[in-house]
Write a protein that binds this ligand. Structure first.
Ligand SMILES: [Zn+2]
Ligand SMILES: [Zn+2]
Ligand SMILES: [Zn+2]
Length: 223
């Protein structure tokens, strides 16, 4: 069960001067707004592999062959001839997909067809911090510090052996000072903040680092 998203001011009041778990900072309206703006800038595509998030078709009967399948949404073709293009550019389809066309009905009347592209696995989008600032809340970062990655590329970024740098503040980052080089990358999630066994779904909070990726960042004292 997911905790409700609350304004930061409410969280601050609840914590009453105590440390705040990083995961709770990610469950605020402030982070959701920031996240939304980064997704919008990155046109809802992973900035590494160019893929967007996939969907399942919930309403299929349980024995349907595509019940467990994941799809990228392509184009919606309306009967009046106009089309609405979704966000997956054709160049990123890749790996020999197959297409599925599903009818879209409005009060029982079929008005359009939605094109779906079969995905080999489930993709969802995550926001990666290119660096961490000890004195900043998760949303208090410059645009260039945040990037949209799919769950697969995100995992790769964290496992390539280069730790994500941690600085005291934006100023110290800019002048390469006050860098914390001895921080412990979370062994449970490998620094992604999400558990690998949940890569197929958008959940899996890491309770070892509170989804911060570093043991030393698992909680923050906010003044
Ligand atoms: Zn990707
Ligand atoms: Zn990350
Ligand atoms: Zn972790």
């Amino acid at each position: 069960m997911r905790e409700p998203v609350i304004p930061f001011s409410k969280l601050l009041a609840e914590c009453n001067g105590n440390y705040i778990a990083y995961q709770r900072l990610l469950n605020t309206n402030e982070w959701f707004e920031r996240r939304k703006s980064i997704l919008k800038r990155d046109i809802n595509l992973c900035q590494q592999c160019g893929k967007g998030s996939t969907i399942g078709i919930d309403w299929l009967p349980s024995d349907h062959p595509y019940k467990e399948s994941q799809f990228w949404e392509d184009e919606i073709i309306f009967f009046d001839g106009h089309t609405e293009k979704n966000y997956i550019p054709p160049a990123t389809f890749g790996d020999t997909p197959f297409f599925l066309t599903i009818p879209i009905s409005d009060n029982g009347v079929i008005v359009a067809f939605q094109g779906l592209i079969h995905a080999p696995k489930a993709y969802h989008l995550e926001i990666h911090h290119r660096y961490y600032l000890r004195s900043s809340l998760p949303w208090q970062y410059r645009d260039d510090a945040l990037i949209t990655l799919c769950n697969w590329c995100h995992r790769k970024v964290h496992s390539d052996g280069t730790p994500i740098p941690v600085y005291q503040s934006q100023v110290s980052r800019d002048v390469e000072l006050q860098k914390f080089s001895n921080y412990t990358v979370c062994t449970r999630c490998n620094g992604t903040g999400r558990l690998p066994q949940y890569d197929h779904v958008e959940k899996g909070v890491c309770f070892l680092c509170n989804s911060s990726g570093y043991i030393e960042l698992k909680q923050m004292k906010v003044k």
